[in-house]
Structures are given as structure tokens and as C-alpha cells.
Design a protein around this ligand. Structure first.
Ligand code: HEC
Length: 113
């Protein structure tokens, strides 16, 4: 029985190659969703971030302060001033996805990330 023809092998290779990119995009989408409405209270209520289309004015404009992922993660875990901590309401994976999304969407991520 012929299991995989040449096309099948090529297709399988393409799927394997595409996987890391798909996983990264899923993390980006998760971060964006949490930013807009997944987190409680949602980041978008308090922050302006052009990519997310949010116009909150309670916290700093993220496009201007361009925080790197570490700075976002720290604010989420510890809270800061009027910003509540999200350590109890978000999982580590969700905090990581938000840190990546906010730093990259605002232009604060290091070029190597
Ligand atoms: C209730 C309003 C509010 C919500 C909700 C909120 N923030 Fe904030 N955020 C603030 C305020 C206010 C500051 C400024 C705090 C200060 O500097 O004293 C801030 C600061 C920050 C900073 C800058 C931290 C620094 O080191 O200067 C980042 C990054 C940030 N918020 C990201 C987020 C993300 C991501 C979410 C959603 C999970 C979120 N914020 C939700 C009000 C909010």
C-alpha cells in the first residue's frame, strides 16, 4: 500500500514548517483578545493601543511608552499605581501572551523577539 506520494511528503513537510508560525500567531491572537475583553477589567478600558483599537485614558498610552515584554509582565503580575494586579485572574500563559502582544503591537519589543 502506498501511504504517502511525493505530494503527500511535501505537504507534510509544509505543515511541519508552518507549525511554529501558527503557534506564534495563536499566542498573538490570545494576547489581543485578552487585551480587548478577555482580562477583567480589560486593558482596553484603561489603555490606548492602536493595534487593538482601544482608546482608554486612565493608564498611559502604550504606543507612546512602548513597554518591552518584561515591563508588561511585571505590571500585570504586581499591579502598578491605579492598575490592578492580574496575577490571580490570568494564567502564566495568558500573561506571557499579553506581554508579547503589547510589547510587539506597541513597538516596544526588542528586534530579536
Ligand atoms: C483600571 C485601569 C487599568 C487596567 C484595567 C489596566 N491598566 Fe495598565 N495601567 C493603568 C495605570 C493607571 C498605569 C500607570 C500606573 C503608574 O505608573 O502609576 C498602567 C500602567 C501600565 C503599563 C506600564 C507599566 C510601567 O512599567 O510603566 C503597562 C505595560 C500596562 N499598564 C499594561 C496593561 C495591560 C496589558 C492590561 C490588561 C491586562 C492593563 N494594563 C490593564 C491602568 C490600568
Amino acid at each position: 500500500m502506498k501511504v504517502l506520494g511525493l505530494q503527500g511528503v511535501l505537504l507534510a513537510g509544509l505543515v511541519l514548517l508552518a507549525r511554529p508560525a501558527l503557534a506564534a500567531d495563536a499566542e498573538w491572537e490570545l494576547g489581543k483578545r485578552l487585551f480587548n475583553k478577555g482580562s477583567v477589567p480589560a486593558c482596553a478600558i484603561c489603555h490606548t493601543l492602536r493595534d487593538a483599537g482601544s482608546e482608554g485614558t486612565v493608564g498611559p498610552i502604550l504606543d507612546e511608552i512602548k513597554p518591552d515584554a518584561e515591563r508588561v509582565g511585571k505590571a500585570l503580575r504586581n499591579g502598578l499605581g491605579a492598575m490592578p494586579s492580574f496575577a490571580k485572574s490570568l494564567t502564566e500563559a495568558e500573561i506571557k501572551a499579553l506581554a508579547r502582544y503589547v510589547s510587539q503591537a506597541s513597538g516596544g519589543a526588542a528586534p530579536t523577539q
